[in-house]
Write a protein that binds this ligand. Sequence first.
Ligand SMILES: Nc1nc2c(c(=O)[nH]1)N(C=O)[C@@H](CNc1ccc(C(=O)N[C@@H](CCC(=O)O)C(=O)O)cc1)CN2
Ligand SMILES: Nc1ncnc2c1ncn2[C@@H]1O[C@H](COP(=O)(O)OP(=O)(O)OP(=O)(O)O)[C@@H](O)[C@H]1O
Length: 203
Amino acid sequence: MRQQTNLNYNKANFRKILKAKRLSLDDTSRNLLNHRANLQLIELLNELLINHRNDYKIALFLAFNGEIDPYCTIQHLQKNNVSVYLPIIHPFSKKTLLFQKFDKNTTLIKNKFGILEPKLDLRAITPLDQINYFVMPLTGFDLKGNRLGMGGGFYDRTLCHLNDSAKLIGFAYSLQQLDTIPTEPWDISLGYIVTELNRYCFI
Ligand SMILES: Nc1nc2c(c(=O)[nH]1)N(C=O)[C@@H](CNc1ccc(C(=O)N[C@@H](CCC(=O)O)C(=O)O)cc1)CN2
Ligand SMILES: Nc1ncnc2c1ncn2[C@@H]1O[C@H](COP(=O)(O)OP(=O)(O)OP(=O)(O)O)[C@@H](O)[C@H]1O
């Protein structure tokens, strides 16, 4: 019990430090790092989407609160006819996510955290197992593929059913790297992590 409390304290503490760190970037540095990181992410996706079929489905996210911004990659994929999906907070199931298609006709609204997400349209929701890769925002990461999220357990709770690290790509600034992330039984580890400096593969 005491150990659990310490672990939560550690995670909360790491989150606080790492969020402050990513918010401290000035606009020029942030734009440069975002640009480099998107080039790395596009490179990785080019390697993964080997036969360039255009029926791939990739989940990404819209950045908030100083998160690394994958918008260039979203635009690149859409131009190449790859379907892009975004997380939306499930209207009934507590702290879980649905993934909805994002295209030029999508209406975006702010969720309760102030993050833009598609307005729920059941016709545009896709089952999790139809998504080829999930690009996930990281608050922190280590070089074993462990991730630290925002603390809600949204991605953990949603993606545990998938049970396939090979589909999970973490996206973060290199300044969000830690030596070791404290792990817990429900934490899902990542198959890949992309930063502005590197593409790490853990599978
Ligand atoms: N861009 C983006 N979209 C995302 C996520 C994300 O981390 N990034 N999510 C990934 O899960 C989901 C939303 N989950 C979130 C969980 C916590 C907080 C957050 O800011 N928490 C506050 C506490 C707020 C409160 O308790 O009311 C905090 O950490 O200070 C935000 C989003 C779905 N969409
Ligand atoms: N698979 C799951 N089933 C039920 N509860 C879960 C599951 N995964 C996580 N949780 C709950 O969510 C809470 C937050 O988890 P954690 O500290 O791992 O958040 P996180 O790393 O920020 O995750 P995420 O990025 O997924 O929001 C935990 O206290 C845990 O109780």
